[in-house]
Design a protein around this ligand. Sequence first.
Ligand code: SF4
Length: 315
Amino acid sequence: MTLRAYICSENSKYMATFKNEFSWSLSRNELFHYCPRKYFYNYYEYWDGWLWNASPLKKKIYQLKKMSALDMWLGDVVHRCIKYSILHKDKEASYLLESLQKRLAHDLAISYQNAQGPINPKSLLLIEHYKGLPIDQDYWFEKGATLLTTYFQSKWYDILKSIPANQFIYVDADDIKSMQFDVQGLKVYAIPDLCFYDQEGQLILIDWKTGRERHTELSAQLKIYALRLQLVDGIDTKITNIQAYTHYIQTGTDVGRNIAASDIDEAYAIIDAGKQQMLALLENEAENKPKPMVCFEKTDDTSKCELCPFQEICN
Ligand code: SF4
């Protein structure tokens, strides 16, 4: 067998087991409403773009999908620092702040290097570097430090320092497999940033947010996390009281309340409504085959396009 034939046969074996299956997550749902065309690129048109024999356009879409915006990247790094501080309680705030700065500098250098090409889609690439936009590194270093310092001043930092490891149910798991669970036969991706029993035995559920405040009441995300606690962890909200909060790190604000049984019903309803809307744009549900791209409308709000990774192919 020639090398080319061997690679083709390996690829076809791989593709036989690796399918683009339909699933649901709140971020997918939000993207669907933000811009259906962006949703199409992000969840369908990129597929197979990693293969050696993919078309140049597919490869490009895959590469564009893998890029990250600066504020999302910063939020992700701060999330990881908070997770580290929970798992390594002996580490001082000064050590964590220094580590954050090193990580930010490291990532910015990697992204800048990647943008010079040839682009490696598996390595970090910030949209701003890719587009050649100016990046004020000091601004982002300071923003990261301010976020982390504000977190250190929050009540959660002190509370979490005293919680033993066996009282945590979730601490920001980031592997894709553990994020999924089954909701009435549908694969759903959702896993809490943090869930633990406090010193009084109260179950606390937290969603960290590094961005601006978006909610004034219990978020849909927290309702879906509570559903997960019920379905995966056997925590029945009718029996166990769950305090759930979105914690806005920038301001130190907590938005939330106790989970009620009606929140679980609402989580089911949110997932089902989102699923039906997405399925309506499939040509073949069993194969998760989308209708033609033209059925996925572009947003009318062109301000959304400025930092959209797909802008260069979306015309
Ligand atoms: S460039 Fe604009 S219209 Fe096109 S996918 Fe992005 S957000 Fe949607």
